[in-house]
Design a protein around this ligand. Structure first.
Ligand SMILES: [Zn+2]
Length: 291
């Protein structure tokens, strides 16, 4: 299986743009980091795949994107952040959710998240962060993002995402695409895309049959002269470090830190994004706080 990567296309004289990703290793790394059950692997994996593409859409290298789903289902919520270089990280509030499959045999991702909201935040360097929130349509992630793009960014889009979990819980394949209509897209172009998408197999069917991200886009935009512009790697990676975690502890009120120290037990902090455990001995905290 090819390593994870994204691809970017334009078509129909630049009135259509499209992004696709294959993200198996990235989603598998997330599963291992958080020990997620299949329905959460799918929920988190779909969100990671979409966020990687949305992060890549941002122009400035310092831009940071966060996608958050919050709901009243057993998963409670999922948070994913992506930069514009294909680095994504994320977690679900609850990792060990078990739900019966849906009638069609698929994992019940919508049931795991329940009713709630989707929020996209773009931290654009020095400028004010942009944030948009929409109600969840189905909680299946792709439909929710399609609605978000229409309602919040006024960009008609087609989002498709898929994660196939194997019987041993590992990730068999994962990925997706985002196709967007730019202002001035001709009616007949829209008709062609709609017709193409109607006969398009699901993301997991396409990926498990050996198709690559560019094959999915070429099929979705067939007869619209799709042109591939660029490819980029994607990985699950976290920028946390022992020092950064320590700095965060030291921002707490001093009396709280002294309280931790008085318990005479090492202080354990787990990075919620990648699951790494950081342990600080009380002596170290005492030395740091006196600095
Ligand atoms: Zn981390």
């Amino acid at each position: 299986m090819a390593r994870d990567y994204m691809t970017r296309f334009h078509a129909a004289d630049g009135t259509v743009r499209a992004f696709a990703v294959s993200s198996r290793e990235c989603v598998e790394a997330a599963r291992e980091a958080h020990d997620t059950y299949p329905v959460i692997t799918a929920l988190l994996g779909r969100t990671l795949s979409a966020a990687a593409l949305m992060g890549w859409m941002m122009k400035d290298p310092c831009d940071l994107l966060t996608v958050q789903l919050q709901g009243d289902g057993p998963a409670k919520g999922v948070t994913v952040t992506a930069d514009s270089h294909g680095h994504v990280k994320g977690f679900a509030r609850v990792s060990d959710v078990e739900l019966p499959p849906k009638e069609n045999g698929h994992l019940d991702v919508g049931g795991a998240i329940g009713r709630g909201t989707l929020t996209v935040t773009k931290d654009l360097g020095l400028k004010m962060p942009y944030s948009g929130t929409v109600p969840l349509v189905s909680g299946e992630v792709a439909e929710d993002l399609t609605y978000y793009f229409a309602a919040s960014e006024q960009t008609p889009s087609s989002v498709a995402l898929g994660v196939l979990v194997d019987t041993d819980f590992s990730v068999k394949c994962a990925g997706g695409f985002i196709i967007q209509l730019m202002p001035g897209t001709a009616e007949k172009t829209i008709d062609v895309i709609e017709k193409n998408l109607k006969t398009l197999p699901s993301i997991t069917q396409m990926l498990s049959s050996g198709m690559y991200p560019e094959d999915m886009i070429e099929r979705a935009l067939s007869s619209l002269s799709p042109v591939e512009e660029e490819r980029h790697s994607v990985s699950f990676s976290c920028d946390c470090s022992r020092q950064r975690v320590l700095d965060t502890i030291l921002t707490l009120p001093k009396k709280d830190i002294y309280e931790m120290i008085s318990e005479k037990k090492p202080v354990e902090v787990k990075c919620s994004f990648c699951g790494t455990d950081y342990i600080f001995e009380t002596d170290e905290l005492l030395t740091e706080i006196k600095k």
